[in-house]
Design a protein around this ligand. Structure first.
Ligand code: SAH
Length: 346
């Protein structure tokens, strides 16, 4: 009977150590193999040069190493790079490298497609096919780090989970990936340089607070009025703002970490004084700041970036209420790499 080979990267370090002990080898062998798989990122057992040939053959007979392959690289005139990443089963996700003067940020995907239905987001048009596993999330970061060194002469400095998918609907795998990214055997990156962006799943925000996570939280708010938010982010009907508010208050009480609200201002949708006042009131529930994002058009005419006067009203009112506000310019628009444009168009 043919045995189905397991993905060796689905094993924790402890499980690998136990595997070697069960094979009559030393637990330490597990550490060595783990290091090859994660910090050195090899794609073949043959590359594990300090492991004996016999052991490599035994591993080959028992396991496969699932890994991603960067299928296509697109480079924007502003230095942004978008990777189309092929997974072992042929599905594709996208990740983006965004260089600025001070940092290079990787924007990574957590799911193939997305189960949410935000009306302004191109990824929402692809239905959710599956969750990414921890290795597939980790590998996107490694690939971007390599490109950052190659094209921009510096390592990756930050990671945002703002690519395809809703990270809190693939929570366990995202956490496992972040553990690897931050561990010394992985990339040794500080969790303070990692931001998880969510459309706001109250139960999971509370769980994150209980788990004592150290990364930053961003919430795609876009409106602090239920009726408006539900019209553009229909899942808000299931997770209304009152529940989100309660979860965010809980998050802050437990973590003392300030929340970032991501917010696009659209013409005729959320550009009135009433919308601004509702946001100001929402910001007072827990220490927070607002990141105004420029709208990146997707292929329909329903949404349009608001006039500058509306943006000014937001900025002035927020500042008058002592709420920090930043404006994020789009990057990589010419290659469909900007927020909300990831849709495997190629
Ligand atoms: N599901 C997560 C992460 C992916 S979206 C979330 O909702 O936060 C990353 C960010 O891009 C979110 O803030 C999202 O609201 C924003 N976004 C989506 N479509 C956009 C568009 N067309 N233009 C600008 N921002 C967009």
């Amino acid at each position: 009977m043919a045995t189905i080979k397991k993905d060796i990267r689905a094993l924790s370090k402890e499980q690998l150590r136990e595997f070697f002990v069960a094979e009559g080898d030393q637990a330490f062998r597990g550490n060595q193999v783990y290091e090859w798989l994660w910090s050195k990122g090899v794609h073949s057992f043959d590359d594990m040069t300090n492991i004996s040939l016999k052991t490599r053959e035994m591993l080959e007979n028992n396991f496969i190493i699932n890994h991603i392959a960067v299928d296509q690289i697109q480079r924007s005139s502003d230095g942004t790079i978008k990777n189309a990443v092929k997974l072992h089963d042929g599905l594709v996700v996208e990740s983006v490298l965004i260089p600025t003067a001070k940092r290079t940020t990787a924007c990574v995907s957590s799911q193939v497609g997305c189960s949410l239905d935000c009306k302004f987001c191109a990824t929402a048009r692809l239905k959710r096919m599956r969750n990414l596993n921890p290795g597939e999330i980790y590998d996107q970061v490694v690939a971007i780090d390599r490109e950052s060194r190659l094209y921009h002469d510096r390592p990756l400095s930050n990671i945002v989970f703002m690519g395809m998918g809703e990270p809190l609907m693939n929570y366990n795998n995202v956490i496992k990936a972040i553990d690897k990214i931050t561990s010394e055997e992985g990339l040794g990156m500080s969790p303070k340089r990692i931001t998880v962006s969510t459309s706001g799943v109250p139960k999971m925000i509370k769980k994150m607070a209980d788990d004592g996570v150290k990364f930053k939280l961003a919430v795609s708010l876009h409106s602090a009025i239920d009726e408006v938010r539900t019209s553009i982010m229909p899942f808000n009907a299931t997770f209304p703002l009152a529940d989100l508010r309660e979860a965010l208050e809980y998050w802050y009480a437990k973590t003392k970490n300030r929340i970032t609200y991501e917010y696009v201002v659209w013409k005729g949708i959320n550009d009135s004084k009433k919308d601004v006042d509702a946001l100001v009131a929402f910001c007072k529930f827990a220490p927070s700041k607002v990141n105004l994002i420029e709208y990146n058009p997707i292929d329909d005419g329903d949404f349009q970036q608001a006039d500058d006067s509306a943006l000014e009203l937001y900025i002035n009112t927020l500042e008058a209420n002592n709420i920090t506000v930043t404006v994020r310019r789009s990057r990589g628009k010419d290659i469909d790499a900007a927020c909300g444009q990831l849709a495997n168009k190629h």
